[in-house]
Each structure stands twice: as structure tokens, then as C-alpha cells.
Write a protein that binds this ligand. Structure first.
Ligand code: X2X
Length: 342
């Protein structure tokens, strides 16, 4: 009995001594960090988040444990609240779409300007250049630490009614759009009947026919099996793309040691790079495996000619102009220049 008591006392002293020798910041580490995403592991987006979490665990030797919360469940599925919750510390980390944060960070609307970016190289010219740097600087002023750019992808339009080839085909169509006003403006300009709703609400709305169509990257269309909720027509128009941003809440970031910050940052860059490769797989001319899979599921794919795409560009040119001013004419000009030089 006495031996055991002595051992207990010795143990207490040992742990107190250990506590004193630990760096202050290490004592403030949380048992687990909450990472928010919209899409789960079956999608490149959610896969990238999990990859980041795994790499962080590995590189910090378990000091930083991350749990991924898909479906923006930390904000009850309301994607448009994710950024605010991140600033408030309700969310520790996120891999978020520029679309979902654009209501709070107006510069992020840039990527949703219709027909600004013609191809993947154009996205890279922005995210990997001075425009991306400027956006990261803006985010850094808003209580978050941005670490890397990922990608959701070019958002192609689908519907249950008919092939879309001309702006006229979209007239009157009930379209689910994301919770960002610029998307409402674009679809209104095309004469469609757009409704904002979360991704969680979008799929039931398609299944019941409450909406006719939606727009999302091909990797999302396929992994979410949108052909099973009536989406039989898909048009490749590449009108906008949404990059993803890997971020950490600033207080959380500051609580970590220098070495752990470096590990988290390197892990984000590696995960983002791998995530982008997945987001782009199977949708190019040289590798169209994903497109083939979608077609094999009975979806009729419409490929627009340059002239056909131009008709959509013309129909949305007013929206581009109006929103370029809201976003900031200088930033848009830089983006246009960097895309032209790509
Ligand atoms: O809601 C969508 O359409 C999605 C999943 O693509 C985003 O979160 C932007």
C-alpha cells in the first residue's frame, strides 16, 4: 500500500516536471482540430482534406490531430456561413470553395466572372500568380492563414429537360445555384429561373423535380451520381471554375510551434497539389475516362463550339461588367492580363 502511494507521489512529481519543461504553446494544443469541407472523401475535395489531415498527423508525429467534417456540418450545412465560423473559431481549419466564402470576401467572386478563365492554365495563372497572392493577403487580414490553392473545378451545367446549346435553351429553367449573388445574376441574365440553396438541399430538389438543373464540376456530378436524380443532359460550357483554399484559423495557427506550422503548411501544399490532379483527371481530350463514365450512365453530353460558347459569353457580358466593378477593376484587369500571358 505504502509502496504504491510512493509511486503515485513520484509519478505526480515527474509529470509536474515534464509540464514545466514543455513549451507553453504545446500545452495549448487541442486534442483534435475540426476541419470543415462541403464534400466528403468520395470527391477530390474531401479526399484532399483527408489527405491534408493524414499528412499533418504524420509530419507532426501525432501532435496535431485533425478530424474532417464534411457537409459543412459544423455550420448545419450552410456553406455560406463557413467563413464566418472559421473567423470566430467555431471551425479550426477548412478546405473551402471560393464561391462559399465570396459573400464575405468580395475579391473571391473573381473566379465566378462568367467566361473569365478558358482553361486550367488560366486558373493556375491566377492562383499561382500575383492575383492569388493578393487574395491570400486579403484573407490574412481576416483572421485566417491561407496555405494552399486546391480545386473544385470547371462548373458544367446539367438539367433534366433538354440539351442546352444556346442561351435560349436555358430560358425559364429552374436552376439550383450556390448561395452567392453573382450566380443569381448570371442565370437571371440567361433568362433562367435560379434558386439559391445549399448542396445538401440541392440533391433532393433535383430528385423531386423542384429544380430542373444545376451546375457543378464533372468530378462532383459523377461522384454524386447526379444521373440518378434526373440529370440526363450535361453541357460542357466551362463558364466558371471554383478553386479551393486550404486555411487555418489564426489563433489556432499562433498556438502551434514554428516547426508544426511548417509541417502543416507543407502538408497543405502537398495535399492541394494531389487534390488538383484528381479534380482534373479524366476530363481532358487526352484523358476523358470520367466523361466516358458519365456518358455510360446515360447522360447526353453536349460539347459547345467556340461560336456557341460565345453566345453565352455575350448574354452574360453585362453581369461580367457589373461584377468586375464590385470585385475591383484593378484586380480584374490584372487577372485578364495574366490569363492573356499564360
Ligand atoms: O454547392 C456546390 O455546388 C458545391 C459543392 O460545388 C460548392 O460547395 C461550391
Amino acid at each position: 500500500q505504502k509502496r504504491r502511494f510512493n509511486a503515485l507521489i513520484a509519478g505526480l512529481f515527474a509529470s509536474a516536471a515534464l509540464g514545466l519543461s514543455m513549451p507553453v504553446s504545446a500545452q495549448q494544443y487541442k486534442d483534435e482540430y475540426k476541419l470543415s469541407t462541403v464534400l466528403g472523401e468520395a470527391f477530390p475535395w474531401g479526399w484532399g482534406a483527408k489527405r491534408w489531415a493524414d499528412l499533418v498527423a504524420e509530419k507532426t508525429e501525432g501532435r496535431i490531430k485533425i478530424k474532417v467534417y464534411p457537409g459543412t456540418s459544423l455550420v448545419s450545412g450552410d456553406q455560406t456561413k463557413e467563413f464566418t465560423a472559421l473567423r470566430q473559431g467555431i471551425i479550426d481549419m477548412a478546405v473551402g470553395s471560393t464561391i462559399n466564402w465570396s459573400p464575405q470576401v468580395k475579391e473571391l467572386n473573381l473566379f465566378a466572372l462568367p467566361f473569365l478563365m478558358p482553361d486550367h492554365k488560366a486558373i493556375d495563372a491566377l492562383t499561382q500568380g500575383r492575383v492569388g497572392k493578393k487574395m491570400f493577403d486579403t484573407l490574412a487580414e481576416r483572421d485566417v492563414v491561407p496555405l494552399a490553392w486546391g480545386e473544385n473545378g470547371f462548373r458544367e451545367v446539367s438539367n433534366s429537360k433538354k440539351p442546352i446549346r444556346t442561351p435560349d435553351d436555358v430560358k425559364g429553367m429552374k436552376m439550383r445555384v450556390v448561395g452567392s449573388p453573382l450566380f443569381l445574376a448570371t442565370f437571371n441574365a440567361l433568362g433562367a429561373n435560379p434558386t439559391q440553396m445549399s448542396w445538401a438541399d440541392a440533391q433532393p430538389a433535383m430528385a423531386t423535380g423542384a429544380v430542373d438543373g444545376q451546375e457543378n464540376p464533372l468530378a462532383v456530378f459523377n461522384a454524386a451520381k447526379l444521373h440518378t436524380v434526373g440529370q440526363k443532359h450535361l453541357t460542357l460550357w466551362g463558364y466558371v471554375a471554383d478553386p479551393l483554399i486550404f486555411v487555418v484559423n489564426k489563433n489556432v495557427w499562433n498556438s502551434w510551434s514554428e516547426a508544426d506550422r511548417k509541417a502543416v503548411s507543407e502538408a497543405a501544399q502537398q495535399a492541394a497539389k494531389e487534390e488538383i490532379a484528381r479534380a482534373r483527371a479524366g476530363i481532358s481530350e487526352s484523358d476523358d475516362a470520367l466523361l466516358k463514365e458519365i456518358e455510360a450512365n446515360g447522360v447526353a453530353v453536349v460539347r459547345l463550339s467556340d461560336a456557341e460558347r460565345d453566345a453565352f459569353r455575350k448574354a452574360t457580358a453585362g453581369v461580367y461588367k457589373e461584377w468586375a466593378e464590385k470585385i475591383g477593376s484593378d484586380l480584374v484587369k490584372q487577372a485578364e492580363e495574366d490569363i492573356a500571358k499564360r
